[in-house]
Design a protein around this ligand. Structure first.
Ligand code: BGC
Length: 743
């Protein structure tokens, strides 16, 4: 075929389809707008305020304050959305009240914290980020949505995309760690998984970007505490994931509890109007966090709840979670002229649009079908995915003398420690409707694989929360009688998550003392860690033969860890956060800026007297049972014009004798800038799989946008100049080259 004609025949149908699709979309939007206009014309002010109100049911408690009369509130149209209510039967019953017993019958929206799975529980978010596998993360969110929507839910309060550099803060468990770029990729993948392509699809749900903004940087790592940072740090480090997620058409944003520049986020016109709506063009609705309107009173920003309601509404908050402030005061505020009806209408419209897009006006019960639960929830397929996803989250922190993987023929294992045969902790915090009695413990996982082949001498040794040495002698006996010692240590599940800050991040209780006693026997000790945050592990690192970071892996924990222990899966996880040596180093993060006196042997430099500046384990770190060799970096050019594209390639070879996966990481550093620049910043990564002896070339492309940052005038610009470019296996172990960005 003639080349031009070929192109025409190829392009024409595509153009026609696109034109047709956009015409169809326009028609659908007009129809939706007509429907909502008509509905809003019929609504009283009270009914409108009801739509701006979200109350919890009593099925689950996620905050300090319960409202006893939420059923009356539904029946009287005082509430438009309910959270913490699930199951097809229960949501159907509540929906019936809203649809049949209120004047206009507007359906309820059901929200819930489906954070890392709904019934099938996946690794906590910090753990799932350690996979660096965006397809798998998207798939986990898709399955979570599949299960949650099958139980009547329309809306998840996830992803939590607060960048954090403070392991004392318990909610680091719910985050993707310290890096804005990695967090943004995870955020995008999760939103794609939850929302899919079409919200009307029965298996998709609204997602929430939370907590807007900078909630991950509380002073001293104490939850809900004050946040204070420069606008440059805010824009360059804490906002990028929120900005990125707008491109995924995220449906909702949740405000944060904290204040920022002295203004609580829930009353911040800067965040909610200027940044979110005007600069980023967000079109969905904004919900508060739990009673965060009311909390503007103790913050010292509002005189009383009524004043707080006025500030929140005028700042751009559409929905009040649990505070009842809009319910109690908005009508008065309108009568007094302090809030305009136009502002209220705008918020109501945003919420009704989401209900419309979910198809709730066509059939309010469409998600509440018990049959679907039976078909879709905790299926073999979901559990199989969970196991694979969980083992991908595991990070091998140490493996002296290749003590791992274990041989199939190991005759006896001493399994010691409070996490060895414990089901509850495994699903972590924010485990939605997860049933911990379904979770597979490590002991069970080993039995599942080894059966009678291996004797397991399991003993608790000590507990997490008590100072109890009574189990030490039995633990020492078990260790002495076994070929291999595995110690399963960690935190109680409520020691991380919300309201779970710790000033010490040592292994709690007497676990470390028990570890020291066992190590003295002189046998190799393999430590399996289960917990929600980096802990201070210098002593463990020094004495253990091998260490596996397994976070809280969820329902299939035991099987997933066993896969790694015995080499059925070669670990490929990499840390999404820096591990400090001690708590005094915090905050410690890889993308810090240099000082005028970088650390050296000389006294007057930026360092501690009692510990080095280096972390115990750096960001991006994680070992494998095989080895990967990196070639030098090849660039297409060493000078790129501002509108050009730099390509950087490396060849990676699996030099060991096992199949393995590697996360290839690219970092840059601009040497001189109009503001001081970080020592390294992650700009790209790729996870590859290599057979023994196999090589693969990995190529990254960078344009000015990847090198740009917010400058002192708050403009997003790339600046010409010299850069270092690094590619490697962690933020510290890299190859390096140089290039220049031209004017
Ligand atoms: C948390 C939110 C959560 C909400 C609803 C709050 O305490 O900060 O992350 O979505 O409760 O459960």
């Amino acid at each position: 075929m003639h080349k031009k004609l070929y192109r025409l025949t190829y392009i024409l149908p595509v153009v026609l389809i696109l034109a047709f699709t956009s015409e169809k979309q326009d028609a659908e939007t007009s129809e939706m707008n007509r429907f909502i206009d008509k509905l809003m014309e019929e609504m009283t002010l009270e009914e409108k305020i009801g739509q701006l109100t979200l109350f919890t049911s009593d099925m689950d408690h996620t905050g300090p304050f319960m409202r006893e009369h939420y059923l009356d509130d539904i029946q009287s149209g005082r509430v438009g959305a309910i959270f913490n209510a699930y199951t097809a039967e229960y949501t159907r019953e509540l929906q019936r009240m809203a649809v049949e017993e209120t004047r206009l019958g507007i359906p309820l929206l059901f929200g819930y914290d489906v954070i890392h799975g709904h019934r099938t529980i996946f690794p906590i978010p910090l753990g799932e980020t350690a996979t660096w596998d965006m397809e798998a993360i998207q798939e986990s969110a898709r399955i979570a949505a599949l299960e949650a929507t099958a139980e009547g839910l329309h809306w998840t309060f996830s992803p939590m995309i607060d960048v954090t550099r403070d392991p004392r803060w318990g909610r680091i468990a719910e985050s993707s760690g310290e890096d804005p770029f990695l967090t943004a990729q995870v955020a995008r993948a999760k939103v794609r998984g939850y929302q899919g392509d079409n919200l009307k699809d029965l298996h998709t749900m609204l997602a929430t970007a939370k907590h807007f903004a900078a909630y991950g940087a509380p002073q001293a790592g104490r939850d809900y505490h004050t946040v204070d940072m420069s606008e440059l740090v805010l824009r360059n480090k804490f906002l990028p994931p929120f900005k990125a997620i707008i491109e995924e058409d995220i449906a909702t944003f949740m405000t944060a509890f904290n204040d920022m520049f002295g203004v609580p986020a829930t009353g911040s016109e800067y965040l909610l109007k200027q940044v979110l709506r005007e600069e980023w063009g967000f079109e969905g609705f904004v919900v508060t966090d739990y009673t965060s309107i009311n909390e503007m009173v103790p913050h010292g920003f509002a005189r009383d709840n009524k004043h707080a309601g006025e500030l929140a509404m005028n700042a751009g908050v559409d929905m009040d979670m649990q505070g009842a402030v809009y319910n109690d005061y908005l009508a008065e505020l309108v009568a007094e002229g302090k809030v305009s009806e136009r502002t209220i209408d705008q918020a109501v419209r945003r919420i009704l649009i989401m209900k419309y897009k979910l198809g709730l006006f066509e059939d309010p019960y469409r998600y509440s079908d018990p049959q679907r639960k039976a078909e879709l929830v905790m299926t073999e397929e979901n559990l199989e995915f969970a196991r694979d996803f969980s083992r991908k989250s595991i990070v091998l922190l140490k493996n002296d003398d290749n003590v791992l993987p274990l041989s199939d023929d190991v005759r006896s294992i001493a399994l010691i420690g409070p996490m060895g045969d414990n089901q509850r902790d495994l699903i972590g915090s924010w485990s939605a409707a997860g049933d911990y009695t379904r979770s597979v413990t490590l002991r069970q996982g080993i039995i599942n694989r080894q059966g009678d082949r291996t004797r397991i001498n399991y003993t608790l040794g000590t507990t997490v929360l008590e100072e109890d040495r009574s189990g030490f002698p039995a633990a020492l006996r078990a260790a002495a009688q076994s070929d291999v010692v595995i110690m399963a240590l960690g935190e109680h599940y409520w020691q991380s998550g919300e309201a779970a800050s710790r000033s010490s991040i040592d292994l709690p209780g007497l676990q470390e003392e028990l570890f020291d006693e066992i190590v003295k026997l002189g046998k190799p000790v393999i430590v399996v860690l289960m917990k929600g945050r980096p802990l201070t592990l210098e002593n463990v690192d020094e004495k253990a033969s091998a260490i596996l970071e397994t976070w809280y892996l969820g329902t299939t924990t035991g099987d997933a860890i066993t896969d790694v222990l015995f080499g059925d899966y070669n670990p490929s996880g990499k840390l999404p956060v820096t591990y400090p040596r001690n708590v005094g180093q915090i905050p410690i993060f890889y993308n810090a800026r240099n000082t005028g006196r970088p650390e050296s042997d000389s006294k007057f430099t930026s360092k501690y007297l009692d510990v080095s500046n280096s972390p115990l384990y750096p960001f991006g770190y994680g070992l494998s049972y095989t080895n990967f060799d990196y070639s030098d970096i090849r660039l297409n050019t060493s000078e790129i014009p501002m509108n050009g594209t730099l390509t950087a390639s490396v060849t990676i070879t699996n030099t060991g004798d096992r199949f393995g996966e590697e996360v290839v990481q690219l970092y840059t550093r601009q040497l001189v800038g109009s503001i001081t620049r970080p020592l390294k910043e992650l700009k790209g990564f790729e996870k590859i799989a290599l057979e023994p002896g196999e090589s693969k070339e990995v190529t990254f492309e960078l344009t000015w946008k990847d090198l740009a940052f917010y400058n002192a005038k708050n403009l997003f610009r790339a600046e010409p100049g010299e850069f270092h470019l690094f590619i490697g296996t962690s933020s510290e172990d890299v190859k390096q080259t140089t290039f220049t960005l031209l004017e």
